[in-house]
Design a binder for this molecule. Structure first.
Ligand code: WT7
Length: 679
């Protein structure tokens, strides 16, 4: 695809806004005081890393505690890579034990708030004890080095304890977001052949209870590899023992009962740097979700380094990453990165508007949050709710703000800077992906002059370029983003399907298996700054979460009323993109409001509410090319309410006329503002 053909299908992206991005010329240098005290104050780190990126990463790896040092820093056999081979390391030792030996012993590691208002603080010492107990509990249930453990939990401290416990004994975890449906959980468990599932009786979301154990029970009806289920009691007494969790004798165990008997001493496994640390599933363009595989040494080096530099993390900071641990952001910047740096982290279970729309600001004030890392979709919601909510609280402790998940539009960036940051805090707009494991393109807050809407430039140790379809590098202008050198925290493969790994990420440019293609289009300006435009494939970004259109289509056609379905993205004020489904019905079924609703619920049931289409539009037929390909471009135009582009390649031009007609008659659409965040 030539760069000029890249259709930016993301963000707050009307085309005019994208155009505006290119003329955006406000610049914000780091405040003097920030620069003076920052870990990185000048560009020397960039220069050193550019001269020798392996030496840079090696010096970062030396900051961690290893049982045995590596023999080779990087073995790059494109497209496969190994980092720190020969090195032996344990992640829990680096995230916990290391700090217990220092003055951080009694420092708060996790400051947690439940949605209903319950609170707990765990020190590094508490974590040290709990992680080892949990590790022993898992061992007792038969979990061994190399096994996989599924985690399906609300955002409570036990989720971090469980993850770290897995790393202690060398089991890989597969965290499945608590908003996913039983079917999604089942598929993920089966793909990774997990032996144990850790869940909770329930979790809170906007005042309601998510029946996690009930979902889990439905899922594992067809998960033959699951031998045991461990259930955390989310709020003892609150749900009644039987309300959400009926316990199957012999298979199911209450977490608190097993933990009571578990020994608080568990020797850490000495893991090879390249042993699997975890699997995390993410959407792709075709077929089932991909199990992204991250390994131990390189991943830890990548997240520890980027957390320290991008967030300028210091010992007295209170760091709040608002992501759920079900996504990679929660893995890298709620658990592993901050804990490896010995930071104090805030963790909040629930919705940002519960009980009131100032919950986030209340939390910032109450715990003295100094660094806030959240998503543009949330920032846009806050803007909409009004300035009065943050204004009610003392946010003067904040010193740095971060953004992740999708492009942040300049308007939201400016609001964030002014209303939350008091025009005092640098903003780091961080571009990365599940696959990259760590932040790749981002400002360094003490060095980089920021521009609203740009993630700026690759961090030290990372290399990017814009390349066109023919493989030519674009210095200034639009193109496909490529990462041109391996980095320690990159995915190593797709679980059980290495060919898919090769095909998805390393075949974009013929004969160049050394170029990683992340699937995003971008522009580069005269200063070499990157402006990420969004996905160029059939993956949507809804409220900062990746959803494959293909997955939603497959769910829809499983419904007996649906003959054919095509799902496209359209611009959404808050979520960046929303899903619009075009559906044709089978003989004997009639389109109706009720059926539309039913289909939305059906998708929520199959995948999770996050994938629920905002619009369902019934059509007599879908527009196809003569070779039978659905013309998504036209559907996108229709969904956006735009004038239709070129229709000359259509097999049957009448189909579009009919579709347009239907739209004029407003077959019907639904819009529900917060569903994607409601999960
Ligand atoms: C996709 C990755 C990274 C953790 C959360 C999402 C988009 C992510 C930015 C940003 C513009 C961004 C990209 C990327 N994206 N951050 N700062 N600016 N776009 O992880 O689910 O793996 O999604 O999110 O399109 O490819 P993910």
């Amino acid at each position: 695809m030539a760069p000029s053909n890249i259709v930016p299908r993301k963000p707050m992206t009307t085309m005019t806004e994208i155009d505006a991005l290119l003329t955006e010329n406000r610049k914000f240098p780091p405040p003097d005081e920030f620069r003076r005290n920052a870990h990185v104050k000048d560009t020397s780190l960039y220069k050193a890393a550019e001269e020798n990126s392996e030496a840079f990463w090696e010096s970062q790896a030396n900051e961690l505690e290893w049982f045995e040092k590596w023999k080779t820093v990087c073995e790059w056999n494109p497209p496969h890579v190994k980092w720190f081979t020969g090195g032996k390391i344990n992640v829990s030792v680096n995230c916990v034990d290391r700090h217990v030996k220092t003055a951080r012993r009694n420092k708060a590691a996790l400051i947690w708030e439940g949605e209903p208002g319950d609170r707990r603080t765990l020190t590094y010492w508490d974590l040290y004890v709990e992680v080892q107990k949990c590790a022993n509990m898992l061992k007792k249930l038969g979990v061994k080095r190399g096994d996989r453990v599924a985690i399906y939990m609300p955002l409570i401290p036990e989720v971090a304890i469980a993850m770290l416990a897995c790393t202690r004994i060398g089991a890989a975890h597969s965290v499945v977001f608590g908003g996913f449906s039983p079917e999604s959980l089942r598929d993920r468990i089966n793909d990774a052949e997990c032996r144990v599932l850790i869940t909770a009786d329930g979790g809170y979301r906007r005042g309601g209870v998510i029946p996690l154990k009930r979902n889990a029970d439905r899922a594992i009806e067809s998960c033959p590899t699951i031998e045991h289920v461990v259930v955390v009691q989310r709020r003892p007494g609150a749900f009644g023992d039987e309300a959400f969790a009926s316990m199957t004798e012999g298979r199911d165990h209450w977490w608190h009962r097993l933990m009571q008997d578990a020994s608080p001493v568990c020797q850490p496994e000495q893991m090879d740097a390249e042993d699997v640390l975890y699997i995390l599933y993410t959407s792709g363009t075709t077929g089932k979700p991909k199990g992204i595989v991250h390994t131990t040494g390189g991943y830890l080096v990548g997240v520890t380094t980027t957390t320290k530099f991008v967030f300028d993390l210091k010992d007295d900071d209170v760091f709040w990453c608002t992501a759920d641990v079900g996504w990679v952001t929660g893995h890298s910047y709620l658990v592993y990165g901050p804990l490896a740096n010995g930071a104090t982290c805030v963790m909040y279970e629930g919705a940002p508007d519960w009980p009131e729309k100032d919950r986030f600001w209340q939390i910032c004030e109450r715990h003295g949050v100094t660094i806030l890392y959240t998503a543009p979709t949330a920032i846009r919601a806050f803007m909409k709710w009004g300035d009065q909510w943050p204004a009610k609280h003392d946010l003067s402790r904040l010193r740095l703000l971060g953004s992740v998940g999708e492009p942040i539009n300049p308007e939201a960036w400016m609001w964030y800077q002014e209303k939350i940051g008091g025009n005092r805090c640098p903003i780091v707009d961080t571009w990365w992906q599940t696959e990259t494991g760590a932040i790749v393109i981002s400002p360094l807050p003490g060095v980089t002059e920021t521009k609203p809407g740009s993630a700026t430039t690759p961090l030290p140790g990372f290399s990017a370029a814009l390349i066109d379809a023919s493989g030519k590098e674009i210095k200034v202008g639009g193109g496909l983003l490529a990462l041109t050198k391996p980095w320690p925290s990159m995915l190593r493969t797709i679980w059980g399907d290495d060919q898919r790994y090769v095909d998805t990420y390393f075949t974009k440019w013929e004969g160049r298996p050394d170029l990683y293609f992340p699937g995003d289009g971008a522009k580069r300006d005269d200063d070499g700054y990157y402006w990420i435009l969004g996905r160029v494939d059939d993956v949507l970004n809804v409220a900062g979460h990746r959803i494959g259109t293909m997955e939603v289509e497959s769910a829809l056609v499983e419904h007996p009323a649906v003959a054919e379905a095509a799902v496209v993205g359209r611009t959404h004020e808050l979520k960046g993109q929303a899903l619009a489904a075009f559906v044709t019905v089978r003989e004997g079924f009639e389109p109706s409001d009720d059926l539309g609703q039913e289909l939305r619920e059906f998708v929520a049931e199959k995948i999770g509410a996050i994938a629920k289409p905002d619009d369902v539009m019934f059509a007599a037929d879908l527009p196809k090319t003569r070779s039978g390909k659905i013309m998504r471009r036209l559907l996108r135009d229709i969904a956006e309410g735009r004038a239709l582009g070129d229709t000359t390649t259509l097999a049957d031009p009448n189909v579009v006329a009919a579709l347009k007609d239907q739209l004029v008659h407003k077959v019907f659409t639904f819009t529900s503002m917060f569903e994607a965040r409601e999960e």
